[in-house]
Design a protein around this ligand. Structure first.
Ligand SMILES: [Zn+2]
Length: 241
């Protein structure tokens, strides 16, 4: 333990501690800065992660304008979501241009079979991902992205989507954002028709370049998501064309 006398003898400034003056007190300060392993843990504010592999500039498009055939139920702009409160100030879906183009092709495939796409979520500002993480109990965090690495939604490369038929949402293996194993693609306990619809959507999405997420039947990532940066532009401030 540091001698209390050293505190009263001379105030230890942060600079003094970092340059070694103050001995053990300096070590304590450094440890607490380092995070949970410190003697006096204090959560460090999370910063927007920068992915050095992202080599493409964002080119976000507004999905409603891009393809008027899409339908939307932007749950995070309502209270009908797992957080139980409004997270988005407006019901808006934006995504990177190649993602929107691929989604249009999926819409065409769906229409040929009498269905259409119903989109729950697309680009999500990083600050919302951080809020979801901080407010989700640890045992449920497999369903929310760690803000230290960011979500693929933060890159404008993920789409949460289901199908509708004549404007009526189809029944899928679980409700959207159902944070239980019922949402897993490996869930075979769901009604046969729900499984069939989920697999049909999956086949169309995969055919157009999306990668399905194993534990959420509604979530798809654009195959080239790593090439886009993690973004924190608020939804209302996105200048999407
Ligand atoms: Zn998602």
């Amino acid at each position: 333990m540091p001698a209390p006398a050293s505190i009263t003898a001379a105030p230890v400034t942060r600079r003094a501690a970092l340059t070694g003056i103050g001995g053990a007190i300096g070590a304590t300060i450094l440890a607490s800065c380092a995070g949970p392993r410190g003697l006096a843990p204090a959560p460090a504010p999370l910063a927007l992660p920068i992915d050095p592999t992202a080599d493409l500039a964002p080119d976000l498009v507004d999905l409603a304008r891009f393809d008027p055939r899409f339908r939307f139920d932007i749950r995070y702009a309502t209270q009908a979501n797992f957080m139980g409160r409004v997270l988005y100030p407006l019901p808006r879906a934006v995504a990177q241009r190649p993602v929107a183009e691929a989604l249009s092709r999926v819409q065409t495939r769906a229409e040929a079979q009498g269905y259409g796409l119903l989109i729950f979520d697309a680009y999500r500002p990083w600050r919302i991902t951080r809020m979801m993480w901080e407010e989700t109990p640890p045992e449920k965090r497999e369903f929310v992205a760690d803000p230290r690495t960011g979500s693929r939604h933060n890159r404008g490369c993920s789409i949460d989507v289901t199908l509708h038929r004549g404007g009526t949402e189809v029944v899928m293996p679980s409700p959207y954002d159902d944070f239980t194993p019922a949402a897993y693609r490996s869930n075979i306990a769901a009604p046969a028709q729900a499984l069939e619809l989920s697999r049909m959507l999956e086949a169309w999405m995969v055919a157009e370049g999306f990668v399905p997420l194993a534990n959420e039947w509604w979530h798809y990532d654009w195959a080239e998501w790593r090439r886009y940066p993690i973004m924190d532009v608020p939804l209302e401030a996105v200048t999407a064309r």
